[in-house]
Unconditional design. Sequence first.
Length: 566
Amino acid sequence: MTDDQVSLMQHRYTIPTKFLAALLALTVFGSSPLMVSADTTKTTATVEQGEQIYGKGLLISGQPLEAKTQGNTEVSGQHLACISCHRRSGLGSYEGKVQIPPIAGRILLTAPSAVSPQLSAQTTKGYTEASLKQTIQSGITPDGRVLNSLMPHYELGDQDSDALIAYIKTLSASDSPGVDAQSMHFATVVSKDIPAKRRKIMLGLIQKYFPLAVPASPKKTPLIQTPQSRAALFQNMRRQRVPNYFPARKLELHVWELKGPHSSWGKQLENYYRKQPVFAIIGGLAEGPWSPVHEFCEHHEAPCLFPNTVEPVVDEHDFYNVYFTKGLSVEGEAVAKHIGQAGEPHGKILQVFRRGDSAAEQAAAGLREEASELKLEQVSERAITLRGSPTPDYWKQLLKKEQPEHLVLWLKPADLKSLKAIATTSTGLKRLYLSATLMGTISPSLPEKLQPLTYLTHRYLVPDTPAYKQIDNFMQSHAIDGKQNPDDRWLIGDTEWAMNLLSEAVRQMKYNSRELLVETVEMLVSRKPPLLYPRLGLAADQRFASKGCFVVPLNKPTQAVWIVPD
């Protein structure tokens, strides 16, 4: 992990509100009103100091952590922060082929009893706070074992050690909302304005995974089939102090339909959540910006995984929202880089979009920002405010005035009815860029003169690859006409891939932690073969699995170039 990656991850990392809630519940119980205020304030301050050590690698004094690593080498810096390996959940991960064990307080500071042959191999002798402090400082466990060489021997004083342990005790201190003795609840979001056909496609693909009984413990543990027996065994595990154990989880799906203006979506989501908290939001399909759902999930610290949106919130510093791509933003970035890679003076770039079309505006912003990074200076833009489609005269006057070499049209087919005027007016035009997302196709019908000049931005593999054959077979078996609606192929491919991955993530989880779900998804994405993308991958500081976009010559689609913006 590079210093830049650690820096980004630490910038995003702040103490989750539910950790503070768990802390308050532990500290105020049984205390007098007067003592509650003083003790809680002191304990909260200690936990926040520990969070600074765990998440940012900074001591209480503000100085960076210092430690000795393999070979007794002295090192210091933010890359020593515990979160780099132990992650936000504190429930374990992998560093290469090395398994990082859980360090959450209720696991590390307890000695769980083996209640079945299947669990006995997982139980370990717990630490006391004193023995844990000694191990952190020395790198040697109470029974004399030396910790793995990847684990630094931290040079922590007692005050810093106490703060760190106080914070570790809050990590995954309780089950995440949306899980009970019988079920793990999920939601998917669909806006009212989605066509019935597309709604049916997405919900059908998601619902086939529900309800399922998913074993959370080792595979040999038998599933408990009735709610009564599940609840009884769950309570027994609680009494035996086995953290977060579920013999079986019934997965339940809730469909949250959003209506009306986007400004009202936040309140609608809160109402749904109040009636039934969910463990995570999966998939989803909505017209317009995804920001209301994104903000809701960050506020409630609930994962929102792989929604079908072309307008995500482009913020790598948020933790709980994970997307396939940056949507239209990455298309704009790809155009700027494609022009910058041409190896010749790029000439004037003119991008045109319709004012009020948030998707088109996001694409234009992406091009604008990437062009600035690449120092492409001759960039101008025009926002269409006409009620109807631009006329031939509109294009003639615009091109005569601007005289661009590169014309980028973030427009839908309804606004491109007069493209013939571009072909007959512009003599200096070298390239015309269109968005396959906005056009709804990768092979639009254009005037013959423009065809050799035209490139399309496309976030997926080009058609006629084996992946599309799989999708077409599915559509044929379900009587879905994909030729009339190419978007349906992308919707099917993304939804099926995401649900397959998420079902595997839930099966692998041993603890009912939302943070662990996100971390497990990060780990699995690169292991699962992509369906509609050249490659997919996530890391701790990444929230977009696909990093690039194809730029496809209209007349030579096999010569498409995969571009990953800077």
